[in-house]
Design a binder for this molecule. Structure first.
Ligand code: SF4
Length: 266
């Protein structure tokens, strides 16, 4: 049985049960990273650095922020980073994309006076009073001015930005809202905020109590399905889609042969 679920584990199960099994049940961890994920992690770490400095009452200049980004990039670089669009785009283009994300964010939000109460804020919470539905999540940033109005912030470094309609039905931050309301006192309202860093765009949304309750029951159903399949030794079938191009489990997957030919490592 699985003790704790996360938004990403549940999404992986919905997209491909076989991939879910390889990673979350069989615990086959691959050392691979896509260049997009690698760049996103370095951008997140750099923003974490920025707000840590701001918390110490020091606003770093943009050059210091970008130097930190370069340092983190070079320190973390490894030889299992896959560049899927290598014919058009090399690692230097992705590095520059990340720099652009940070420079844009810096210009828009300096002097960073947001009421930040947590960066990389870890939540472990239950979907009901039993211990059967434990969820965990890490929030990029949480703001609270002390008046009961909280904001959950999420940084996205990918190309695609959510429309307002998509943000209004997004599940990830809504799940985090459920956790925040359970663990913190003085939560009057919660605003969900996405930062689409390649576009310099901020999208905001809120959820009603009914929407949160419906999300709780849908999530519990998915968890029941997974735990039921594990208990009965049921099959976690492969579900092929365009996402297979970004999957590192071709060697394990019964639907594939050989290694993923779309992964070009540099
Ligand atoms: S290759 Fe495709 S079908 Fe196989 S595990 Fe990966 S995502 Fe699933």
């Amino acid at each position: 049985m699985i003790e704790r679920f996360s938004y990403s584990s549940l999404e992986t199960f919905k997209k491909c049960p076989a991939k879910f099994k390889f990673y979350y049940i069989d615990k086959i961890v691959k050392p691979d990273d896509s260049i997009e994920a690698f760049m996103g992690k370095r951008v997140h770490e750099t923003l974490e650095f920025l707000y840590q400095e701001v918390a110490k009452k020091k606003i770093p200049i943009i050059d210091t922020v970008l130097e930190k980004y370069r340092e983190l990039w070079e320190k973390s670089w490894h030889n299992r980073i896959a560049i899927f669009r290598w014919r058009e785009f090399g690692s230097e283009n992705y590095f520059a994309l990340g720099e652009g994300c940070l420079a844009r964010y810096y210009r828009l939000y300096k002097p960073f006076s947001e009421p930040v109460t947590g960066i990389e804020f870890e939540l472990v919470f239950n979907l009901d009073d039993s211990d059967g539905y434990v969820m965990k999540g890490i929030l990029d940033r949480v703001d609270h001015t002390g008046d009961g109005i909280w904001e959950i912030h999420d940084y996205k470094s990918g190309k695609r930005a959510l429309t307002q309609k998509q943000a209004d039905s997004d599940l990830q931050l809504a799940l985090y809202q459920i956790g925040l309301q359970q663990l913190e006192n003085n939560v009057e309202s919660v605003i969900l905020v996405w930062h689409f860093l390649q576009h310099g765009l901020e999208v905001r949304s809120t959820r009603t109590e009914n929407q949160l309750n419906s999300l709780i029951s849908k999530t519990k159903k998915t968890i029941d399905q997974i735990q039921g399949q594990i208990a009965s030794g049921g099959e976690f079938a492969p579900k092929e889609s365009f996402l297979c191009n970004w999957c590192y489990y071709w060697e394990e997957c019964p639907a594939k042969t050989g290694t993923n030919p779309y992964i070009f490592k540099k």
